[in-house]
Design a protein around this ligand. Structure first.
Ligand SMILES: Nc1ncnc2c1ncn2[C@@H]1O[C@H](COP(=O)(O)OP(=O)(O)OP(=O)(O)O)[C@@H](O)[C@H]1O
Ligand SMILES: CC(=O)C(=O)O
Ligand SMILES: [K+]
Ligand SMILES: [Mg+2]
Length: 575
């Protein structure tokens, strides 16, 4: 903590963190009292040095390169990749890693960041609040002190009917053995008895129906109902793991039952409040049923969070597939959660469903993550199977925005190797798609309703066509909320997109967007000046050379001429 007025901050920009006790420099900084305050403001310290008595924590942001005059906010990993591989060699597909006990210490987190992790995912199903807080703070520290740019995602637990095995690590069910599924709570374990976590789990279930564990780990036939419980016979032997999910089938079809469980449980809401206070970037909502839960959460975030947290809907149930378009429209992005999806639909349908979901996301311009079992064998082994590499390649060929590791990074012994397989496999397939000119096969649906939106969309479509036809080295886009950057990304251009923004939440959100390298930088109303400055800075870093061509797109609305919106495409050749 420091008294702002005592610091020599003349003419610099500072980031203020802490509880605001007064108006600072006459500027009323809005903040919700419930959450910690973190906002960047341009303050003229010279005028008010003596007037200030507000006690605030002043964070040195020069080290993370934030908004300092004359700074181009490259993260250390993109900068290195660009220097080593050149513009075209920059990886386009983003990488998400689930953080678990195998990679939660700061050294392992840093190794993942160096190896290309763009987003760290924390699954709130596991571990304690303190553990999650510790991991988030380590990631923020790495970003701040060492110049990485890793976004943080929390993934809600959700309301699901699952088993509670108490302290047992697994339970084996033998062929024809008789079991009792109950909602009665008891300590320890009882032979042939399995606790289900939800009172109404057996409602509407008849004798003769099937209970499928975790999409096929084991199967039981219901013999009879006993009170709220079910007496069953094991028809397909196998293993029950902790938190194994139950699904009910009749005549070969999933029993689509509405359990009346809200998408977000009380625990999920408490995790969300925690996430907001820890300044996370994404919330992935598990077992989304419809658009309503997503809209509700987004409204809540608008009123309670000072930063724009993005809401991702996880598609992992039959219901979410039925309402796919409305869910995609309502959310900021999608995760194809193939693990639980495979519990609800036959496995052979997953590849075509994945293809359909990525297509819808492309059309509606929402980033999409392909998740679960991409390199599952690497939880145990140091090399992937050929089939796994083919699966990863197919997701890249479908132009998914991001690929996700789950157990491979969270509990596996070869998380770093798995990340490296994702990186090399996606880079190779991206090159092959460029050679094939596959992006020309993308037919985009018109999205914009208002004229400015339609202009933005057309400009981005044309800009990408021009960039590819001219073979420019890079696309630069100046963007406040990331809209133009995403519209460019949607067209999957050959050159990389550098999105220059002065908004930290935009920067962190763009980490999930295919082909976009977000750069946090100081922007002014003077677009010519911005472009000139960026080029000078990037030149000074030795990343650009004579005769390189850059295409520049801008959607910044000048404040001084509020009525006029300048949206333009410029092509520059470096002299
Ligand atoms: N924070 C953590 N602490 C302990 N173990 C973890 C943690 N995160 C993940 N794991 C382990 O990694 C494995 C795979 O990770 P993950 O939880 O992402 O899979 P999942 O079950 O498909 O996710 P979801 O519950 O969202 O469907 C889990 O089975 C769990 O054992
Ligand atoms: C990631 C996840 O939730 C799943 O695959 O089920
Ligand atoms: K989850
Ligand atoms: Mg899941």
């Amino acid at each position: 903590m420091a008294v702002v007025g005592d610091l020599a901050l003349m003419g610099t920009k500072i980031k203020l963190i802490g509880k605001l006790e007064k108006r600072v420099f006459g500027v009323p900084l809005s903040t919700s009292p419930r959450f910690s305050f973190s906002q960047t403001r341009n303050l003229d310290v010279s005028k008010s040095r003596t007037a200030v008595r507000a006690v605030l924590q002043v964070e040195k942001i020069q080290s993370s390169g934030e908004l300092k005059e004359g700074f181009l906010g490259f993260d250390v990993v993109s900068e290195r990749e660009l220097k080593e591989n050149g513009f075209l060699g920059l990886r386009k597909t983003k990488l998400v890693c689930t953080i678990g006990p195998a990679c939660s210490c700061i050294d392992e987190l840093e190794k993942l960041a160096i190896a290309g992790m763009n987003v760290a995912r924390l699954n709130m199903c596991h571990n304690s609040r303190e553990w999650h807080q510790d991991v988030i703070r380590k990631i923020k520290k790495l970003n701040q002190e060492k110049g990485y740019c890793v976004s943080v995602m929390i993934d809600t637990e959700g309301n699901q009917i699952q088993v509670d095995l108490g302290s047992s690590s697994s339970v084996k069910a033998e062929e024809a053995s008789i079991w009792y599924f109950t909602t009665e709570k008891f300590e320890g374990s009882r032979p042939f008895t399995i606790q289900a976590n939800y009172e109404g789990f057996s409602e509407g279930v008849n004798s003769g129906d099937e209970i499928v564990i975790d999409g096929g780990m084991a199967t039981f036939e219901v013999i009879e109902k006993v009170g709220n419980g079910l007496r069953c016979k094991c028809t397909d032997p196998g293993l029950l793991l902790p938190r194994a999910k139950l699904s009910f089938w009749r005549d070969g079809k999933l029993l689509g039952r509405d359990y009346d469980l809200p998408t977000l449980s009380t625990k999920d809401w408490s995790d969300i409040v925690f996430g907001i206070s820890e300044n996370i970037d994404f919330i992935a909502v598990s077992f989304v049923k419809d658009a309503e839960a997503i809209t509700h959460l987004r409204d809540y975030l608008t009123t309670t969070s000072s930063k724009a947290i993005k809401v991702l809907a996880k598609i992992e149930s039959l219901e979410s597939l039925r309402r796919l378009e409305e869910i995609v429209e309502a959310s900021d992005g999608i995760m194809i959660a193939r693990g639980d999806l495979g519990v609800e639909i036959p496995l052979e349908q997953i590849p075509s469903v994945q293809k359909d979901i990525t297509y819808v996301c492309r059309q509606l311009n929402k980033p999409v993550i392909v998740a679960s079992q991409l390199l599952e064998s690497m939880v145990e082994y140091p090399t992937p199977t050929r089939a796994e590499v083919a699966d990863v390649s197919e997701a890249v060929r479908q132009y998914a925005d991001a690929l996700m590791l789950s157990g491979e990074s969270a509990i596996g012994s070869y998380g770093m190797k798995a990340l490296s397989v994702l990186r090399t496999t996606s880079t190779r397939m991206e090159q092959s798609c460029r050679e094939e000119n596959r992006q020309t096969l993308l037919h985009q649906r018109k999205l914009g309703a208002s004229l400015p939106d339609q202009i933005a969309e057309q400009i981005c479509n044309c800009a990408v066509e021009m960039a590819d036809n001219l073979g420019v080295d890079a696309i630069f886009v100046y963007t406040k909320h990331g809209k133009m950057a995403s519209l460019l990304s949607r067209n999957r251009p050959n050159p990389p997109i550098f999105a220059l923004t002065n908004d930290n939440s935009t920067q962190m959100a763009l980490n999930l967007q295919w082909g976009v390298t977000p750069l946090l930088t100081d922007l002014s109303d003077d677009m010519e000046g911005n472009v000139k400055k960026t080029v000078e800075l990037i030149k000074a870093k030795g990343m650009i050379k004579k005769d390189d061509a850059i295409l520049v797109v801008s959607d910044i609305i000048p404040i001084s001429t509020a009525q006029t919106i300048f949206q333009s495409i410029q092509v520059m050749t470096i002299t």
